[in-house]
Design a protein around this ligand. Sequence first.
Ligand code: NAD
Length: 503
Amino acid sequence: MVATPTVGKDPVVTVTADARTELDRTRFFINGEWVEPRGAETHRAVEAATGEPLGEAALGTDADIDAAVQAARKALDEGPWSRTTVAERVEFMLKFADALDARAESTSKLVSQENGMPITLSSAFNGAAPAGLLRMYAQVIQGVDLEKARPSAQGATIVRREPVGVVGAITPWNYPQALAMFKLAPALATGCTMVLKPSPETALDTYIFADVAQEIGLPPGVLNIVLAGREAGASLVTHPGVDKIAFTGSTRAGREIGAECGRLIRRCTLELGGKSAAIFLDDGDVDTFLAGLPNASFMNNSQTCTTQSRILAPRSRYDEVVDAVASFSQGLQVGNPLDPATTCGPMASAQHLERVLGYIEVGRNSNARLVTGGGRPSDQDRGWFVEPTVFADVDNNDQLAREEVFGPVMAVIPFDSDEDAVRIANDSNYGLGGSVWSADEERALNVARRIRTGTIGINRYDIDLGSPFGGFKDSGIGRELGPEGINNYLEYKSIYAPANQLD
Ligand code: NAD
């Protein structure tokens, strides 16, 4: 039995002497209320650019996760949520979107402080995208036949689509708002309930969804949020009250989660890591390539799953491409992510910075050639900054070409022909993003069709939230986004019915 929680009020906002805002989230959002944690562990959130405190957050235990799942289960099984009409749910979703819009600026700022995302990008992915996704899935669900009779040999079959049930959503720190909403928007649309477990690195911002849920009067238990680490996350994966796991994170964690879901025959979607290739063909335009590089390879300080950190360049133009990528990297404005001029902010945490610096060491100790970067910027004396770094003459078998760095460390790899470029791009355990750069769009398209990857751009790489997104191979199982993303949250049921059920 878990202890009865006491109900408190959150968030606690303190304005410090130097006018910084500190935001404490010391309770969890369960069953529509702020409840005290069962355990005593907390996480001290610090600003990635300065190391200054941002706030304190409680870390959940198995008992907190259990309470949250029970609330979600009750809301699904007994509560009105799964019996609401589409029109009622759409109304909640549109109110949710409006309330997020009203907070867009402060949300964007908070995430930039948490994980170092440049503010212009944060405004798009943390400010605008979550509300946009709610509006998109509000529209999508109105076009889905949730119950339709069809003729059968014996009479009629009513094909129903029912909510998959209680969803356990586990999210990473790199795009915390958008990636949570990839899951929450279709879950709300279909009548599912959710326990959302964000990552401790971004401990504070996900609770904005809780503030909004309270403000718009979302029924208790529909959305529950418990910040927790891996162990409590693992208890969400195996909790008997959960019907489906929606996970975004590393391939290592995805393997463990997928194995548990397989054992339990639990539905799961896994959005995992990547090591994508940008393929610059021998007729490519360097200026077009450089204009596309911010999104293809450096988005969010390259802390992006689709980062194209393998840059494939033809031998005939190899030096030109290496020079162009190196001077582009040198031109990035490394600095505080809250400054709109910044194009490369810090890494999200001290631990992550160490990991990225570790990969730079791996590159230095290989046969690759360090062209630019290679350490910490000398003009940043605090925060988790790293120099944008380019290695040339990387072999596709090198560790630097095989493993996800998740920071601005590029590996330029030479190739001999289009055929060779396709072979190298596909010679990876991953298959998440990619791009092809050529003056001949048909030629680029033909190459793109041959790459085993979930998304790929022609002379640009911009994620389209209206289309399926996910990975081949070790990059995951299933697809989120687009109208197709709704299918993860629906179960089919066939009712063998009398013929008079036909329209
Ligand atoms: P991570 O796997 O360390 O953690 C992700 C989340 O899973 C966190 O909330 C963490 O607490 C939780 N977690 C970790 N192990 C768990 C376990 N065994 N059981 C349950 N929960 C567990 O990843 P991260 O470092 O936070 O994020 C970076 C990774 O996410 C990168 O590999 C990146 O490529 C990937 N990612 C993928 C996509 C995509 O859509 N494919 C998008 C963004 C990020």
